[in-house]
Design a protein around this ligand. Structure first.
Ligand SMILES: [Zn+2]
Length: 185
């Protein structure tokens, strides 16, 4: 069914998210223009115009690492611009995305939430019960979180993941130039 190096070529199987028409539009736009469609939150419904998590998953299926780096940058900048961090449902979705970057970012958001961010907000969006349920039903996430906490240097504040260099969550090598910057700035 598929040829080439991408994953479906070896698995001979393609599964795509339910909202694939929009995601494919965004993918085609990227291919033709080299620009990622801007993430926008509807002012009334607060829904986002497309899911960056599922877009990342789709780009991963085609091994489009450059696009993946651009999407995770857009995702982080979106939260920065909105001055919010992911809620529990968004964290659950973020951790489900295959590969290290989204999982790393999600666990860092959780660490930041439970140490620094909680000082500035109510707990409605991140109730202890919801967080407990998330960690109990996501054992790997619980393990990654515990390891992050235990590796954190004592007497230092936890960094806001939105303030870290975006390359922290990119797939390109540490010493490689970040090629995609101009496409999201
Ligand atoms: Zn980079």
């Amino acid at each position: 069914m598929f040829m080439g190096d991408f994953k479906e070529a070896t698995e001979d199987l393609a599964t795509f998210p339910e909202d694939s028409p929009t995601l494919f539009e965004v993918l085609i736009e990227w291919v033709y223009t080299g620009k990622l469609r801007e993430l926008k939150t509807h002012p009334v419904t607060k829904t986002i115009n497309y899911s960056p998590e599922l877009m990342y998953q789709l780009a991963d299926k085609f091994c489009m690492e450059h696009l993946m780096d651009t999407i995770i940058s857009a995702y982080i900048l979106h939260y920065k611009q909105q001055n919010i961090i992911p809620n529990v449902e968004e964290m659950k979705l973020g951790y489900k995305i295959p590969g290290k970057p989204f999982r790393d970012l999600t666990v860092r958001f959780l660490h930041y939430l439970l140490t620094e961010f909680r000082q500035n907000t109510g707990t409605t969006l991140w109730s202890t019960k919801d967080i407990q349920e998330m960690l109990i039903t996501n054992g790997d996430m619980f393990t990654d979180y515990l390891e992050l906490v235990r590796s954190h240097p004592s007497s230092t504040t936890v960094n806001d993941p939105r303030q870290l260099p975006l390359c922290t969550f990119h797939l390109h090598g540490k010493n490689e130039e970040c090629e995609h910057k101009s496409t999201w700035q």
